[in-house]
Design a protein around this ligand. Structure first.
Ligand code: IMP
Ligand code: MG
Length: 187
């Protein structure tokens, strides 16, 4: 029995189930634990989309990490990237000398993270890497090195597990393809 049953009506299909997500997040946590052994990385959650992924991921990492939260706007209410990236909430602490892992929900055109990586690079971090839950490599317009991803997905607009359309559907436990009729797109 699905919770949030009313939200599932707006999906054409479930793309990634909660079980698949949990397994991939566990595996990624193990990988990060290995790769950063002996270090104390700072994980930066990119609000709001990455919030659900972030809270699950940090509990799968067996290292003395610290957390930061940053909000960036690139999309407005639509489904296509505007290319305009704005820092809405900046970090609370200095990251100079720190190993930084940016945690994002989805990389699409790559514009948001390319811009953010540039901004953070000026702050003298020891290293900067990216971990994303979802990657849409077919949609990339800006070159970007994504060190970790849980799932490569096709070019479709997806919601759930933190990802929204017009601020809704973040509370879906699974990731699904949003029916184009919801956003006035082509079916
Ligand atoms: P980019 O700058 O084009 O890489 O866009 C990245 C941002 O766009 C993500 O952080 C999401 O907030 C949003 N985004 C891109 N694709 C989707 C999608 O399929 N569903 C929901 N949000 C998306
Ligand atoms: Mg986002």
């Amino acid at each position: 029995m699905n919770t949030n049953a009313c939200l599932y009506q707006d999906l054409t299909k479930v793309l990634v189930t909660r079980e698949e997500i949990a397994e991939a997040v566990r595996a990624l946590g193990r990988q990060i634990t290995q790769d950063y052994a002996g270090k104390e990385p700072v994980l930066i959650c990119i609000l709001k989309g990455a919030s659900v992924f972030f809270t699950d991921l940090i509990r799968e990492i067996d290292l003395p990490i610290t957390t930061e939260f940053m909000a960036i706007s690139s999309y407005g209410g639509g489904t296509k990237s505007s290319g305009i990236v704005k820092i809405v909430k900046d970090l609370d602490r200095d990251i100079s000398g720190r190993d930084v892992l940016i945690v994002e929900d989805i990389v699409d055109s790559g514009r948001t993270l390319a811009h953010l990586s540039q901004v953070l690079a000026t702050r003298k971090a020891a290293s900067i890497n990216i971990a994303t839950l979802l990657d849409k490599p077919a949609r990339r317009v800006v070159p970007l090195e994504v060190k970790y991803h849980c799932f490569n997905i096709p070019d479709a607009f997806v919601v759930g597990y933190g990802l929204d359309y017009d601020e809704k559907y973040r509370n879906l436990p699974d990731i699904g393809v949003l029916a184009p009729k919801i956003y006035g797109g082509e079916s």
